[in-house]
Every structure is written in structure tokens, then in C-alpha cells.
Write a protein that binds this ligand. Structure first.
Ligand code: HEC
Ligand code: HEC
Ligand code: HEC
Ligand code: HEC
Length: 373
């Protein structure tokens, strides 16, 4: 009797769970599109019923009307401009108005400024923003192998809110699962970062902050050639799952599944993604981590680390952020590093002497360095 009661209770308590697990499934019919040569099985599967939502979510705000480039420069009038001094007063003000709309529309100028003195640097948000301007300029000028001329603005990541929707922190060791039940080794806990799979849920620290090799299988029989451990294999799949989710694509968007590791016969998007991994890593190292002491404690992670970015920070579920619409074309001051901007003949035409920034790996050729026999 008690037994029957127990099974019944169990059955009823499982029902809502069943509903929950099915809620993650998408209702057919789906549409599939060939992405590679016939016979390679490189198919992209789309849900036509969510496409309207995707378009809605990637609507781009109207640019502010252009401002005159002549007249006195910001550095001649204002007291504390370190990055944008070469803009005219009109261009400078236009950018401030745009930045407010992109990052803090509800809070206004005072999110970054002490209204009694705009030159004052006491708010951390202003220090962060100055670095963000430089980061945006670096992305657009030094990482064209990823962002092309489409580029990014503050809006690409922020979408009208001070803290971008998709950021990550390194999970504390405790959360990685070492307790009296055993060490879960940072996996076997369904996590949104890996689309609820039981894969390691922090592929970001090893690959988008540190520089661990993204490798799965050995290509030869000898044990000495087994450079990839099971742990690195699982972490690699975790990163790939994040990348697919962040772009809203299947694995075959970047891979010819005949061989996941070879570059030959794969689509060009994989090369773009290769540079994207290096870009995200470099931005986290060169711009986010140095801001650690600037951010207040409540903005930091359990380990006191700063918020960092990954593929989803820009892409937000789209194969190209904002479905490939360029906001940068209306904001040429964000297209070049400040040094280059000072010397360039006109905004938007970076000169040949654009400084080779430290924060780039533009010369890395994936085919040359990564091919394994
Ligand atoms: C998201 C942060 C942010 C917002 C919002 C913002 N600003 Fe700024 N502002 C900055 C930063 C960063 C600088 C310094 C730029 C530099 O060093 O080149 C700055 C500098 C200035 C300065 C120069 C002050 C001086 O004397 O040095 C003025 C004026 C200014 N902003 C006006 C505005 C106005 C007006 C608004 C609202 C329409 C606004 N800002 C909104 C980040 C912001
Ligand atoms: C590549 C993505 C990306 C771009 C582009 C970007 N940001 Fe950010 N921004 C971030 C991340 C990640 C953080 C850290 C989130 C946090 O504050 O906890 C951040 C934080 C900030 C903050 C601090 C907010 C807070 O309340 O803690 C400000 C202000 C800011 N960004 C302004 C800007 C401005 C202005 C631009 C454009 C010039 C810009 N950002 C461009 C990713 C980006
Ligand atoms: C947006 C493009 C993209 C998507 C989507 C993608 N990958 Fe990858 N994948 C790459 C890139 C780029 C590399 C090489 C990374 C590196 O070496 O830095 C890679 C590497 C790999 C490797 C390692 C191969 C080796 O040399 O050991 C495997 C396995 C793999 N991906 C599987 C997958 C699977 C499974 C999926 C779907 C869940 C997937 N990928 C989705 C771009 C992608
Ligand atoms: C700073 C913002 C930003 C980040 C971070 C970022 N991307 Fe991108 N990505 C872009 C932009 C902008 C484009 C569009 C470039 C263009 O128009 O050709 C793009 C394009 C791509 C493309 C080409 C799509 C196509 O159909 O041609 C792939 C693949 C891609 N990104 C993968 C990634 C992966 C994987 C990551 C994370 C490791 C990543 N991106 C991180 C901004 C970003």
C-alpha cells in the first residue's frame, strides 16, 4: 500500500518535470538548408516560426544626425579628454548622446558623469567607458579578420543596458563540485553555458582567457601522439556547444563533418571563428582583466574576477551580430585607434601607418599553424 502510494506520488511529481523537459524542444516542421556540397550532410536546420523574433531582437537604433567636423576640437575646450580629443565639439557631443542611448538610456549622462563636473573621473563607469571606447576601436581596426568592415559599436554588446546580457565569470572551485558527494570536476550539472548538456560548464576560462589547446582526437595510434586528454576533449565540445548556441547555428556551419579537425573542405566561417576565439581571448586579457580593480565588488564574480565576454556577448544568437547590419559606418570615430585617428587625413580612412597594436594576432594563419597530419 505504502509502496503503491509512493509510486503514485512519484508519477505525479514527474509529470511537471516531463512538461519542463519537452518545453526545450522545438515544434516541427523545421526547415533545412544545404550549407556545403551535396552529399556532405552540411545542413543548417532553422525554425521558421522564430525568425520574426530574431529580426525583432536585432533591430538597430537610428543613428544620431551627423555633426559638423569643423570648429574647435574637444581637447581644446574640455579639461579631461584622453581618447576622443580629436573630435570636433559637435562630433564629441553626438557620440556622448549616442553612448547614452546605447548603454544607459534610462540613467542618462549621469550614469558616467558627476553632473557638477563632467571632467571629474570619480565614477567607475566613466573609467570603464574610456577603456571601452579603446576596446571598440581596437576591435574595429585590429580584428577586421573577424568583424570585417561591419564592425561593432557599444550597442552590439550593450543593447541599451549598462551590463551586457551575456557575460561570464570563472566559477568558484566549490561550485565546480568538490564536496562530500565527490568531485564533479566542473561538469554533470546542466548549465546554460553549454545548453544544459552535462559537459564542463566553464569552457571559457581555459579557452577565452587562457590559451589551452582546443583539441579532441589524436590522429595517430601511438600513445605519445595522444596530445588531447579526455578532459580537453570534453572542454572542447563544451566550447563548440557554446559557439553553436551563441551564433544560433549547427556544427556544420563551420565544419565538414567528414573530419572535424582538418581545415580543407570546411566553410570559410570556421576561419572567421578561429580569429573570433583569439579576439575574445585577447579582449578579455587586454581590456577586461586590467579593469578588475576599477569595478566595484558587486559587479565581480565569486572569485573577485571581472566580468568577461564570449561569443554570445556580441552575437546574441545571430550568425552575425545584429544580423550583419553595420552601425559603425555612421560612427567612423570608433573605427580607428585614437593615435591613428589623430594622424588620419579624414575620419574613416585609416592611414597605412595605423599602429600595429599589441592587442592583435592578425598575422596568425590557422591553416599553417594548426594542420595536423
Ligand atoms: C557610458 C558613459 C558615458 C555617458 C553615458 C556619457 N558620457 Fe560623457 N564622457 C564619457 C567618457 C569616458 C568621457 C572621457 C572621454 C575621453 O577621455 O576621451 C566623457 C567626457 C565628457 C565630457 C568632457 C568633460 C571634460 O571637461 O573633460 C563632456 C562635456 C561629456 N562627456 C558630456 C556628456 C553628456 C552631455 C552626456 C549625456 C548626453 C554624456 N557625456 C554621457 C562617458 C560617458
Ligand atoms: C565586445 C563587447 C562590448 C563592447 C563593444 C562594449 N562593451 Fe561595455 N562592457 C562589456 C562588458 C563585458 C562589460 C562588463 C559588464 C559589467 O559591467 O559587469 C562592460 C561594462 C561596461 C560599463 C560598466 C557598466 C556597469 O554598470 O558596471 C560601461 C559604462 C560600459 N561598458 C560602456 C561601454 C561603452 C560606452 C562602449 C562603447 C564605446 C562599450 N561599453 C562597448 C562589453 C562591451
Ligand atoms: C562558429 C564556428 C564553429 C561551430 C559552430 C563549431 N565549431 Fe568546432 N571548431 C571551430 C574552430 C574555429 C575550431 C578550431 C579551434 C582552434 O584550433 O582554435 C574547431 C575545433 C573543433 C574540434 C577540434 C578538432 C581537433 O583538431 O581536435 C572539434 C572536435 C569540433 N570543433 C567539433 C564541433 C562540434 C561537435 C560542433 C557543434 C556542437 C562544433 N564544432 C561547432 C569552429 C566551429
Ligand atoms: C566583438 C564582438 C564579437 C565577438 C566577441 C565575436 N564576434 Fe563573431 N562576428 C562579429 C561581427 C561584427 C561579425 C560580422 C562580420 C561580417 O560582417 O563579415 C562576426 C562574424 C562571425 C562569423 C561569420 C559568420 C558568417 O556567416 O560569415 C563567425 C563564424 C563568428 N563571428 C564566430 C564567432 C565566434 C565563434 C566567437 C567567439 C569565440 C565570436 N564570433 C565572437 C563580432 C563578434
Amino acid at each position: 500500500m505504502i509502496r503503491r502510494l509512493a509510486t503514485q506520488t512519484l508519477r505525479w511529481s514527474l509529470l511537471p518535470l516531463l512538461g519542463l523537459s519537452l518545453a526545450a524542444c522545438e515544434r516541427p516542421p523545421m526547415e533545412s538548408v544545404q550549407h556545403g556540397y551535396r552529399g556532405t550532410g552540411m545542413v543548417q536546420v532553422y525554425n521558421p516560426r522564430v525568425l520574426d523574433d530574431v529580426v525583432e531582437a536585432n533591430r538597430v537604433p537610428e543613428p544620431q544626425p551627423a555633426a559638423p567636423a569643423d570648429g574647435p576640437k574637444a581637447k581644446d575646450i574640455y579639461q579631461n579628454v584622453q581618447v576622443l580629443g580629436d573630435l570636433s565639439i559637435g562630433e564629441f557631443t553626438r557620440l556622448m548622446v549616442s553612448m547614452t542611448a546605447w548603454v544607459s538610456p534610462d540613467q542618462g549622462c549621469n550614469y558616467c558623469h558627476n553632473p557638477a563636473n563632467f571632467a571629474d573621473d570619480s565614477l567607475y563607469t566613466k573609467i570603464v567607458s574610456r577603456k571601452m571606447v579603446q576596446m571598440t576601436q581596437t576591435i574595429n581596426s585590429q580584428w577586421k579578420n573577424h568583424v570585417s568592415t561591419t564592425g561593432v559599436t557599444c550597442f552590439t554588446c550593450h543593447r541599451g543596458q549598462p551590463v551586457p546580457e551575456h557575460i561570464w565569470f570563472t566559477p568558484a572551485q566549490q561550485a565546480m563540485g568538490a564536496d562530500f558527494i565527490g568531485n564533479k570536476a566542473g561538469q554533470n550539472t546542466p548549465a546554460a553555458s553549454v545548453k544544459l548538456a552535462s559537459l564542463p560548464y566553464d569552457p571559457f576560462t581555459p579557452y577565452l582567457l587562457k590559451d589551452e589547446p582546443i583539441r579532441v582526437n589524436a590522429t595517430r595510434a601511438l600513445p605519445t601522439d595522444h596530445v588531447a586528454s579526455i578532459a580537453s576533449t570534453e572542454k572542447t565540445y563544451a566550447l563548440m556547444t557554446h559557439m553553436s548556441g551563441a551564433l544560433g547555428v549547427n556544427c556544420t556551419y563551420c565544419h565538414n563533418t567528414q573530419s572535424f579537425s582538418t581545415w580543407e573542405g570546411g566553410p570559410p566561417q570556421r576561419v572567421t571563428a578561429y580569429h573570433g576565439i583569439r579576439m575574445a581571448r585577447t579582449l578579455n586579457q587586454a581590456f577586461m582583466e586590467p579593469l578588475t580593480d576599477v569595478f566595484p565588488t558587486e559587479r565581480k564574480g565569486e572569485l573577485g574576477d571581472v566580468a568577461k565576454l564570449n561569443c554570445a556577448t556580441c552575437h546574441q544568437g545571430a550568425y552575425k551580430p545584429l544580423l550583419g547590419q553595420s552601425m559603425l559606418k555612421d560612427y567612423p570615430e570608433l573605427a580607428v585607434l585614437r593615435d591613428a585617428f589623430a594622424r588620419a587625413p579624414a575620419p574613416g580612412t585609416p592611414s597605412a601607418e595605423t599602429p600595429a597594436a599589441t592587442a592583435t594576432e592578425a598575422s596568425v594563419q590557422p591553416a599553417a599553424t594548426e594542420t595536423r597530419q
